[in-house]
Design a protein around this ligand. Structure first.
Ligand code: NAP
Length: 237
């Protein structure tokens, strides 16, 4: 896929990584950019088509599919983290909310747009995942579970959409400098850097982006004798 010819919809386009996607797509001269947000009034950039889209709303998703019949690239970027552990009092509520946004949202959007992408020649879907698709951190345990589910969704969709020529790209990244990591003291990648890697991967026909050293190390650690997802052995705790 050539980004210059692409008609793109970005979810959660009003801030953070989503906004960085929109900036880069406009700079690259994409044919059309649908900038989707829960509140379209928060889309202030010139040169885009604002779309009202809460990814947990079936009505909004149906409206977006109708409003974007020329779509060739769907970027499932919107996401939430409630920073909850499984055993916290709100653990189950947090998990449900995160699954609704981070898993069921991209699932419903993929279902809605798959026929549109097919009609427009195949196109591509990008799912923004995380290094936490592979690891579970107690401070964000329920979020990690939602990103594991979204990773599996991404891999399943790749298989189901192969026949219609739709590329499916999973993006794994550690920490990025956005509102989601506000107050967190850790090295953070710039969203602009991540976006550049993702758009290059889409153009190169790749299936996966490992955007930072942390993601590359953890990915490698999955195959270690003691898989990295197992954490420290009990004797070392
Ligand atoms: N930041 C990181 O370190 C990091 C690392 C790995 C992966 N990620 C992933 O990267 C993606 C972008 O996150 P970010 O860092 O840019 O976070 P962010 O700054 O918190 O932005 C989240 C975006 O998602 C939107 N959103 C949340 N719930 C939504 C819903 N139900 N419907 C539509 N839009 C919704 C927000 O819109 P509102 O303004 O309406 O809330 C906002 O635009 C997410 O999938 C996140 O899980 C982030």
């Amino acid at each position: 896929m050539n980004i210059k010819d692409a008609v793109v919809l970005v979810t959660g386009a009003n801030r953070g990584l989503g906004q960085a996607f929109v900036d880069a797509l406009l700079a690259a001269g994409a044919r059309k950019v649908y900038a989707a947000a829960r509140d379209p009034a928060t889309i202030t950039l010139a040169g885009v088509v604002p779309v009202k889209l809460d990814v947990t709303s079936a009505a909004d998703i149906a409206g977006a599919v109708e409003a974007c019949p020329d779509l060739t690239l769907l970027i499932n970027n919107a996401g939430i983290s409630r920073r909850s552990s499984f055993l916290a009092a709100d653990g189950a509520d947090a998990a449900r909310a995160e699954l609704e946004t981070n898993f069921f949202g991209p699932l419903a959007l993929s279902q809605g747009f798959a026929p549109v992408l097919k009609a427009n020649g195949g196109g591509a879907i990008v799912n923004v995942l995380s290094v936490l698709s592979w690891l579970n951190l107690p401070s964000v345990a329920t979020y990690s579970a939602s990103k594991s589910a979204a990773w599996s969704l991404t891999n399943g969709l790749r298989g189901e959409l192969r026949g219609q020529g739709t590329q499916v790209v999973g993006v794994h990244v550690g920490y990025m400098d956005t509102d989601m990591t506000k107050g967190l003291d850790a090295p953070k990648l710039s969203p602009k850097d991540v976006v550049a890697q993702v758009l290059a991967a889409v153009e190169a026909g790749q299936d996966e982006v490992l955007a930072d050293e942390l993601s590359r190390q953890v990915r490698q650690g999955l195959a270690a004798e003691r898989g990295v997802y197992l954490g420290e052995p009990a004797a070392a705790r």
